[in-house]
Design a protein around this ligand. Structure first.
Ligand code: NAD
Length: 308
């Protein structure tokens, strides 16, 4: 398959890596030459780590890199594409423009896909002449290690588009879950619901951060507890998702006060060195053990009058 990836950032480079490793010809496009080069350098580094760990044969690394062509030229990138996946920043207007422009360069039966985390794929499709050819392909970071892809079926996605997308996901050795286009899809909606409840338990003093996480890790075999995972994802990212889901789905997604307070204080988790844990060299070294303020100890249902 000829696959065009738009955006050579974290996710675009990861998707290009996964597709090339699976034997697809990949065109990777970004707006600046240096961004394209950085994306390809990241893929080369990740493949080198795989070789060092004995997971990737040196010849496989070379073959995968040979299958990737970097460019800033959209027409060249989209030429002959069977599948175009956009992984540009999470902005509705930008994504509509990028998909609309790409549609003008591909055959009528090419499939278009968005890696959006949360935007409505149905709304993205409204910008296209052939909305039935668009769906969501929601990859997870780091793409080369994560086994899941959410296949997001928009209102007008047709069967042939879905079939092509499913066989592409299969070819990557990943598992597709099919989700109707709805806020938070399946993964983010459930993930933030668990995270938000864990934060409410933390702020009302039900248990310490470490014990809440241990309950899920040891009692439910989650590889990482919900508070530590919130630190890894970024508290600001989680807050944005909760605010979006609250708007779309209602008050059960209201962000907890402790989350808002930490974000306001710049305690965004691993990337800033503190969230629910203190982080050093990418590792959680101890719980942040912040004193719980009396206001937080009130029932989370008592803060209906809070500012937003
Ligand atoms: N980072 C994650 O963990 C994650 C996980 C799942 C989904 N996503 C989604 O994937 C998308 C990309 O996220 P990211 O983290 O890779 O962002 P990023 O900022 O790392 O990369 C985005 C890239 O797109 C490029 N770009 C901007 N305009 C472009 C255009 N017109 N054509 C081509 N490239 C263009 C930028 O220069 C940048 O290199 C977002 O929609 C995000 O919500 C991110």
């Amino acid at each position: 398959m000829r696959v065009t990836v738009l955006g050579a950032g974290t996710m675009g480079a990861g998707i290009a890596h996964a597709a090339a490793t699976a034997g697809h010809e990949v065109a990777l496009r970004d707006v600046e030459e240096s961004y394209v080069e950085d994306g390809i350098a990241d893929i080369a580094d990740t493949l080198s780590e795989g070789v060092e760990r004995g997971k990737v044969e040196p010849a496989e690394r070379e073959a995968a890199l040979d299958r990737i062509t970097g460019t800033t030229d959209l027409a060249a990138a989209a030429d002959g594409a069977d599948l175009v996946i956009e992984a540009v920043p999470e902005d509705m207007d930008l994504k509509k423009d990028v998909l609309g422009e790409a549609e003008g360069h591909v055959a009528a039966d090419a499939v278009l896909a968005s890696n959006t985390s949360a935007l409505s794929v149905t709304e993205l499709a409204s910008a296209l002449d052939r909305p039935e050819r668009l769906l969501g392909l929601h990859f997870f970071n780091p793409v080369h290690l994560m086994g899941l892809v959410e296949v997001v079926v928009a209102e007008r996605t047709d069967g042939a588009t879905l079939e092509t997308a499913r066989s592409f996901v299969d070819s990557l050795g990943k598992t597709a879950v099919e989700v109707r286009d709805s806020p938070g899809f399946a993964s983010s909606r459930l993930g933030v619901a668990l995270g938000a409840e864990a934060i409410r338990m933390y702020e009302t003093g039900v248990a310490s951060a470490a014990d809440i996480d241990a309950a899920m890790e040891l009692g439910y075999n989650h590889p990482m507890g919900p508070l530590k995972l919130t630190d890894v994802v970024g508290l600001d990212v989680r807050l944005d998702v909760l605010e979006h889901l609250r708007e779309e789905l209602g008050e059960r997604f209201r962000p907890p006060q402790a989350l808002k307070r930490k974000v306001r204080a710049g305690k965004l988790g691993r990337k800033t060195g503190e969230g629910f844990y203190v982080w050093e060299d990418g590792e959680a070294v101890r719980p942040a053990d912040e004193a719980v303020r009396p206001a937080d100890a009130a029932s989370p249902d008592d803060d209906a009058g809070e500012e937003r």
